[in-house]
Ligand binder design. Structure first.
Ligand code: TGC
Ligand code: FAD
Length: 390
């Protein structure tokens, strides 16, 4: 009874291993105990609750699939997905922090970094002693990151970095930032920038109505001297940051299901308790239509990510397949949040229930990591062969 309800209409638990279930349940219990009681207040105050960082590390949310030798949890992709699902059941902003740390900071250092960089950064990122951010988006280049103007020059014994990144999760408190910038030939490379480097600042972006429990900000570089050993040597070009996005988008496809489940659970329970016209509102056809469609969509989304997880475990998931799941599942979740909010009537707009917070959070989730439109165009390109981006 201490756990959240977890709709499992098609008995998907039977496809999970004992390890998957243990990891999922540990994450679920932690969210219930340490996130749910404090998250509404954090969101109302627009503060990232730093007190949960050690707990995130303990449940394996920082680098779930990064090998144990670097401090990661060494788990498979389905475990990674289940952890993201449970965290986002609590709040999309908390899941964002985990996504960024794992897939956008640890992943590029692991995949594109050298052994010294892996040893220096990964263990501290895995425990949360250091927190990271990922700078790709710029004021004038969001959906089109290939146009970025942030750049670095080779000064002989160091690089000189100039430019600015906008909408960066975790930026206000990050210790390290993986930053994407162009060299003098216009080739994109990843650089590890550390807090304290002269000319590097991270102002916070205020007045968000969405992801209020996640800190978002800028990364500003004014003649920042970056040591040469901080360049990620093993991959360059736009495909390098996009490869990180594949991993984060996969986690989001799972995470969105958590937010949807929480909205569905809340609305279902409310529909059995709230009496109008002499009977529980769950007895009216219009409300049943909403609930029946919600559980149908959640079930379809679960099947989608389970199969995608199998493909990812085998190294066979394509970027376009990941885009389809991110787009479908976030859209599914935001629609469920909107319907669930209505089912609670006036109560649905209060912080007494988590639905409106999820709904507002999902407005960011449907925009970041590739907008809803961009993922549709990725599918369109994949099936037709025609590029409709440009
Ligand atoms: P395009 O010419 O298609 O591709 C350039 C190079 O990249 C390769 N590539 C990929 N590689 C790995 N994974 C992918 N998903 C890839 N997609 C493309 C491609 O093969 C090519 O390689 P090469 O060797 O030929 O050079 O590039 P384009 O300029 O036409 O852009 C394509 C487009 C629009 C799909 C892409 O730029 C895009 O996905 N735009 C959306 C931007 C985005 O998602 N930004 C996210 C920023 S990070 C964030 O939001 C974090 S939120 C916090 C949280 O996660 O919680
Ligand atoms: P734009 O690219 O300007 O898009 C505006 C509209 O135009 C959208 O509806 C879009 O779908 C549409 N559009 C664009 N191009 C096309 C096209 N070719 N065809 C049809 N329609 C098109 N970025 C990071 O690098 N790191 C982070 O940690 C990070 N965290 C974020 C956290 C939050 C809370 C938010 C809101 C954003 C974050 N982002 C981050 C940025 C995010 O990835 C971008 O907002 C996103 O990629 C969209 O870019 P944009 O906001 O510039 O919108």
């Amino acid at each position: 009874p201490d756990l959240f309800e977890s709709p499992d209409y098609y008995l998907l638990d039977e496809l999970l291993t004992e390890e998957h279930k243990l990891i999922r349940d540990a994450a679920r219990q932690w969210v219930k105990r340490d996130v749910s009681p404090i998250i509404e207040e954090a969101a109302q105050k627009a503060e990232f609750p730093k007190s949960i960082i050690p707990g995130l590390a303990e449940i394996g949310a920082f680098g779930p699939y990064i090998p144990v030798e670097y401090g990661g949890a060494g788990l498979d992709q389905i475990s990674y997905g289940l952890i993201m699902q449970e965290i986002e059941r609590g709040d999309s902003g908390v899941r964002s922090t985990a996504s960024v740390q794992s897939s956008l900071v640890m992943y590029p250092i692991w995949k594109y970094g050298n052994e010294e960089q892996r040893q220096k950064y990964l263990p501290k990122l895995a425990t949360g002693e250091w927190m990271g951010s990922f700078g790709l988006t710029e004021p004038d280049f969001g959906s089109n990151p290939g146009g970025m103007v942030t750049n670095f020059k080779d000064m002989g014994d160091h690089y000189l970095l100039n430019g600015a990144k906008l909408w960066i999760s975790n930026s206000p408190f990050c210790d390290v930032a993986v930053v994407w910038a162009k060299n003098e030939e216009g080739r994109i490379h990843g650089l590890i920038v550390e807090r304290g480097m002269e000319g590097f600042s991270t102002p916070e972006t205020h007045n968000k109505w969405s992801l209020r429990a996640s800190a978002t900000g800028e990364l500003i570089f004014q003649d920042v001297k970056v040591p040469k050993e901080n360049l990620l040597p093993n991959k360059s070009g736009l495909g390098a940051p996009l490869g990180c996005l594949d991993s984060a988008r996969y986690g989001i496809a799972w995470g969105a299901i958590g937010a949807a489940m929480d909205c569905y659970d809340t609305a279902l329970r409310y529909s059995k308790e709230r009496v109008q016209f002499g009977k529980p509102i769950g007895g009216f056809q219009l409300q049943q239509k909403k609930l029946a469609e919600m559980i149908t969509e959640i079930t379809k989304a679960q099947l989608l990510v389970f199969r995608l997880g199998q493909l990812k475990n085998e190294g066979r998931a394509s970027s376009a397949q990941i885009s389809m799941a991110k787009r479908n599942n976030v859209d599914m979740a935001i629609k469920i949040a909107r319907e669930a909010r209505q089912m609670l009537g006036g109560m649905g707009i209060t912080g007494e229930y988590p639905i409106m917070r999820h709904m507002m959070n999902l407005e960011s989730v449907i925009t970041y990591e590739g907008t809803h439109d961009i993922h549709l165009l990725i599918t369109g390109l994949d099936v037709t062969g025609f590029n409709a981006f440009k």
